[in-house]
Design a binder for this molecule. Structure first.
Ligand code: FMN
Length: 363
């Protein structure tokens, strides 16, 4: 039932299924989730972007204790330059009002944003991780060299064909093609100003342009969508939102409930939480900043500023002020175990191809 490209991908990455549980920084990708997915034959991924070197090491070791199968770690390879720019006075006032609502006395509008990437790479080299993926940019040559020497395979994220070609030229092992449907932050690194490209259009064009194995991502929630991506030339798929509501996911209970009750119109793109475009379920926080979104601080400053708001909201179960990153097909999220979801997805791919065969006279 799998294609030649997906079989090649599985043998290269030592997997049973060409399915990747997306890295999801900020809490959802617990060691339990990552290990359960990898043990079930797919590729689990730790969202390590925000983690301090110590927390990153703990998360990797915790995962290794639960599985002997390969898993991946994802980092944010952004390049930060210049002095941090604060948000406008209007944005500061609105954030302060929200903070007051939550009992937070003061927010810092000039947070410490020292970059973590170099120290995170060191940890990955020391721990010997099977697969390292990056988003928001690319690793520098020295980082690539050290990670390769540690035995890691490398994956990077593209949102346009041009970005996919650059990733191929830099010698990565595979490219994640992230469509506009995708939950979470856009992984763009040169084409940030481009209006988002839907996965169907991106995959159809990029998979023809590059030789590299393509990993389709964005709005994929079941086996039929996986089968469609394989038909369009992707070697594998990366699913985030599909894994958010499973038992092992660290997403908050309120977020899981909102997901399971959501409709296809419920997510929006916003810069309000972090200063970088990301897709999540619309809520009070996004609405309160909607008309001043262009005045928030650039990423990652805005992200650091809003951490206390999101933490306080999480502690009291207030989904109005949480960032609930989710893709456009969120209504198809399912409860159950992570391993059960991997098995179900693989079965559904088989059924999708069987149905296609029985419903057409091409075969
Ligand atoms: C909650 C959440 C957090 C995410 N965090 C990351 C991340 O840390 N690194 C990354 O490369 N992608 C991240 N993504 C994007 C995923 O890699 C992937 O592109 C996306 O989940 C695909 O769309 P889907 O959610 O509709 O499956 C995140 C997505 C979600 C939903």
């Amino acid at each position: 039932m799998w294609t030649n490209a997906s079989r090649f991908f599985c043998s290269k990455f030592n997997l049973e299924f060409p399915i990747i549980q997306a890295p999801m920084a900020g809490g959802p990708t617990t060691p339990e989730l990552v290990a359960a997915v990898s043990s079930a034959g797919a590729l689990g991924s730790i969202g390590g972007g925000y983690l301090s070197p110590e927390s990153l090491r703990k998360s990797i070791r915790g995962t290794k204790q639960l599985t002997t199968r390969p898993f991946s770690v994802n980092l944010f390879a952004e390049t930060q330059g210049g002095a941090p720019v604060p948000p406008s006075t209007e944005v500061q006032q609105r954030l302060s009002m929200i903070a007051k609502d939550l009992g937070i006395s003061e927010l810092s509008f000039t947070p410490d944003v020292s970059p973590l990437l170099e120290r995170q790479v060191e940890v990955l080299c020391e721990e010997g991780v099977a697969v390292v993926s990056v988003t928001f940019g690319l690793l520098d040559d020295s980082q690539v060299e050290r990670l390769r020497a540690s035995g890691a395979k490398l994956i990077a994220t593209a949102t346009t064909t041009r970005e996919a070609l650059e990733i191929e030229n830099r010698g990565y092992d595979a490219v994640v093609l992230q469509g506009f449907e995708a939950g979470g932050h856009r992984g763009s690194f040169t084409d940030e100003a481009v209006q988002g490209i839907g996965l169907l259009a991106l995959l159809s064009q990029a998979a023809r342009a590059v030789q590299l194995p393509c990993i389709a991502s964005g709005g994929i929630m079941d086996g039929r969508a996986i089968a469609a991506c394989l038909l369009l030339g992707s070697a594998a798929v990366q699913l985030g939102t599909a894994f958010l509501a499973v038992d092992e996911s660290g997403a908050d209970a309120g977020w899981k409930e909102r997901l399971l009750a959501s409709a296809d119109t419920d997510t929006v793109m916003t810069k309000a939480f972090s200063g970088k475009l990301a897709r999540g379920i619309q809520n009070e926080f996004i609405r309160k900043l909607r008309d001043v979104e262009e005045q928030v601080a650039p990423y990652p400053v805005q992200n650091f500023i809003t951490v206390p708001i999101r933490t306080a909201a999480r502690n009291i179960g207030n989904t109005g002020y949480l960032s609930m990153w989710s893709g456009q097909a969120s209504s198809l999220a399912r409860k159950g175990t992570a391993a059960g979801l991997v098995r179900r997805l693989a079965d559904e791919v088989k059924i999708a191809f069987r149905d296609l065969r029985s419903q057409t006279d091409f075969f």
